[in-house]
Design a protein around this ligand. Structure first.
Ligand code: NAD
Ligand code: IPM
Ligand code: MN
Length: 359
């Protein structure tokens, strides 16, 4: 059956890294039996410019009928002063929530060849393999009321609401317990239950769920401590489950343990098999257009897509092995290189991964 894959290149480095994903998908189709049809649409700033909406109806229709979606990244300074509904990031939030993509899987693993690129000592990051499960369509990102207003004394204020329903906590909890059961059997729920009622409920729901997963050992940690523990001794973690905002922050932090934010892929899943796949990093306007972007997070996101949405586990393994091989062969983009003068550009890295598929 032909898989319909929707590509959303987005802004700044987005099109550069998605071009490498397209090269990879075309090679998998030509020589490794992947039956895929690629479609393209606008999301983010490019959609604002082309269609006047960061998540246009045409994109929505294609997204709803696709078997899987690959996103580059959205956003950039030229759209930062727009009203919120005209911002690229709003398009991303809308596609996640419209498609019900509540479970965001952000694996952080260290390729042994990159131990020297990590900002932590090699002995601290050796063997790193953790999974952050981030709730993606609730919490303070979506809570109402929100807005900007002027107080009676004339002072402006901005406000947001952090709210989680027990049903929302339960479904992300199930996703996380199931992921932990498939991996090392340890789940750490990260919250701020010492201060926030929404976290008090979160902790209670996670504790209740644990009875249904006797093979998983549940622990709890406050988010401030979790941020510290991630850089002190990341290998104490197997799976972390947390809310939308905490997961956003902790996953960028975990990314750096692997050598670069340019290494971290992600999958955003609904409760069927539909998924949107994207690197954890953003559109990196500071390096756009210069061939400096590391495409590996995007190529590893393609591997996650093959595994989670397209039922092509063998091809997913092949892509991950190809990435491991190019790193073993010494290919490094500037973000990973010890000698940036000898770094591979985006295209060279992408082509090297494609070449390694054939070994
Ligand atoms: P960013 O992740 O884009 O960049 C942070 C730093 O990491 C920059 O120095 C950048 O050059 C570097 N970097 C990021 N990806 C890289 C890669 N693949 N290779 C090499 N270096 C890389 O975060 P930011 O600067 O805070 O945000 C820039 C824009 O991206 C903003 O508009 C933000 O809203 C948006 N954003 C989008 C997404 C997304 O689309 N999923 C995620 C995060 C940020
Ligand atoms: C991410 C990004 C997004 C988020 C922004 C761009 C809306 O930082 O995917 O991590 O905060 O979820
Ligand atoms: Mn983020």
């Amino acid at each position: 059956m032909t898989h319909r894959i929707l590509l959303l290149p987005g802004d700044h480095i987005g099109p550069e890294i998605v071009a490498e994903a397209e090269r990879l998908l075309r090679a998998l189709s030509a020589d490794f039996g992947l039956d895929a049809e690629l479609e393209y649409a606008h999301l983010g700033g490019c959609a604002v410019d082309a269609e006047g909406d960061p998540f246009p109806a045409t994109t929505r229709r294609l997204a709803e009928s696709a078997d899987a979606i690959l996103l580059g990244a959205v956003g950039g300074p030229q759209w930062d002063d727009r009203p919120r509904d005209q911002r690229p990031e709003t398009g991303l939030l809308k596609i996640r929530s419209t498609l019900g993509l509540f479970a965001n899987l952000r694996p952080a693993m260290l390729f042994p060849e990159l131990a020297a690129a990590s900002s932590l000592r090699p002995d601290v990051v050796a063997g790193l393999d953790i999974l952050i499960v981030r709730e993606l369509v609730g919490g303070i990102y979506f809570g109402q009321p929100r807005g900007l207003r002027t107080r009676d004394d004339g002072v402006r204020e901005g406000f947001n609401t952090l709210v989680y329903g027990a049903d929302e906590i339960e479904r992300i909890g199930h996703a996380a317990f199931q992921a932990a059961a498939r991996r090392g059997g340890r789940l750490c729920s990260v919250d701020k239950a010492n201060v926030l009622e929404s976290s008090e409920l979160w902790r209670g729901v996670m504790t209740d769920l644990a009875a249904r997963y006797p093979q998983v050992e549940l622990s709890h940690m406050y988010v401030d401590n979790a941020a510290m523990q991630l850089v002190r001794d990341p290998n104490q973690f197997d799976v972390i489950v947390t809310g939308n905002l905490f997961g956003d922050v902790l996953s960028d932090c975990a990314a750096m343990l692997t050598g670069s934010i340019g290494m971290l892929p992600s999958a955003s899943l609904d409760d069927g098999g539909r998924g949107l796949y994207e690197p954890v990093h953003g559109s990196a306007p500071d390096i756009a257009g210069r061939g400096l972007a590391n495409p590996l997070a995007t190529l590893l996101s393609v591997a996650m897509m093959l595994r989670h949405s397209l039922d092509e586990a063998a091809l997913a393994d092949r892509v991950e092995q190809a990435v491991a091989r190019v790193l073993a062969d010494g290919y490094r983009t500037a973000d990973l290189a010890t000698d940036p003068a000898r770094a591979a550009d985006t295209r060279t890295m992408g082509q090297a991964v494609v070449n390694a598929l054939y070994h």
